[in-house]
Design a protein around this ligand. Sequence first.
Ligand code: BES
Ligand code: MN
Ligand code: ZN
Length: 503
Amino acid sequence: MDISVARVDCTEYETPLLVAKILEGEDALVGPVAKLDERMGGLIGEVVRRGDFRGKEGQTLLLYPPSGALPAERVLLVGVGKREDLDLERMRRAGGVAVREAMKLRVERFASLLHHAELVSDRISARAAGRAAAEGAILGAYLFDELKAKDPEAASAPGAMAILEKVEAKAAEIEAGVRLATVLANAENFARTLGNLPGNVATPGYLADTARKIGGEFGMTVDVLGRAEMEAEGMGALLGVAAGSVQEPKLIVLEHRGGEKDQKPLVLLGKGLTFDAGGISIKPAAGMEEMKFDMCGGAAVLGAMRAIGELKLPVNVVGIVPSSENLLGGAAMKPGDILRSLSGKTIEVVNTDAEGRLILADALAYLRRFDPAAVVDAATLTGACVIALGHQASAVLGNDEALIEEVRAAGDRVGERVWPLPMYPEYREQIRSEYADVKNSGGRPAGTITAAWFLREFVGDFPWAHLDIAGTAYGDGKHPYLARGSTGVPTRLFVEWVLSRAT
Ligand code: BES
Ligand code: MN
Ligand code: ZN
């Protein structure tokens, strides 16, 4: 969907659908909405005054202007809640609500007022408001229908949205926000598609090819290690996970060199487990198909790298995705096996289903050679995280409070919330092994924390933050701009964090 800013009066703009946002509990219409209302003979004012449309968040009402009153064929009111609660996330959601109504109406294009000045100009800049509205619209319009026959009845995304703003200074600011939003939201949609593709399509090799394409398009170096290279390096943990699969594991490394030559890179790391059956410690059959989403952390890294390349950010960033399947077979690793990891530490595999931490362990040891300024990883790592935080926030843990706070703040700004869990040293006791340096499961209590402690065993001397996205990487789609299936989280958080370091 193409988003542009049109420097026109909304009462003069011809469009199949014009969207206006309405605050809850405010009868007096102001700014462009008041002008629209006047041209429509007071229709908007009337539905608001009568309480038929209260402006509650997510509420919508479609109005048909009296014939000849406006060049717009339809006017859609979108409630944004109370003035004091209005923030970027609500604006983003309103963008999603608007585009989904446009999709239901099957209009091929639509227009929207931002009129953020009337809503919250004191707290939110025109640029940020433009960015939020555009992000919400592009994310909300996302569909994953490429593996289905074309259904002429099905909703499809409009080709274009115009934001109407007459004041040049504001229009230019909105345009800047829209440009950034377009890159970020398309990158997140790209990550969603990687996440949604089934395990038989999105294999480790497919992710590697995808990385090569991104590298080619944006001038990044791409390095892919296969089985032979992993053996030569001594990546026994990653190879242990891959042992039960005929798909060759890949360690994918993308390098964006936008900064000074000697500037230490930021490293983004993502779990790229393309299907997790649990291995010999097999998962229950019900819902196992969802384990195609076990590469969503890796997908977000690839999406973020694409955005970072497209934005030509003046900073060095390395994206790393260890990728494998976790299956069963005669060659598969078994409970009790002891693996020698790249770091030199040995790992007792007490549960083959705790495989994400194994592939990340070798990736964490590998990335030390880049001498990172900081590392942030994202992984669908533990079911325990879904129990702790549900689907509303990812967990964040790490070895550096300042970095954790940076990541938390970046997540808040883009509506991809993360919440900290403690790493008290006592938790580490749970992963002590009788037979090896560490074991790969600490049992059920505090499963998200002991998983993070396991990763920490392999983290070098650099600030590191770990995001457990098991509850946020995919969902049921009951959300204004998250589709059913992969959410693309935390693609925008990654880029927002890198942006905060680049400026
Ligand atoms: N990929 C799963 C975690 C997961 C569970 C993600 C549910 C999304 C939804 C991970 O590999 C796993 O199986 N973890 C185990 C660890 C346990 C065996 C210590 C878990 O959480 O049960
Ligand atoms: Mn698992
Ligand atoms: Zn897994």
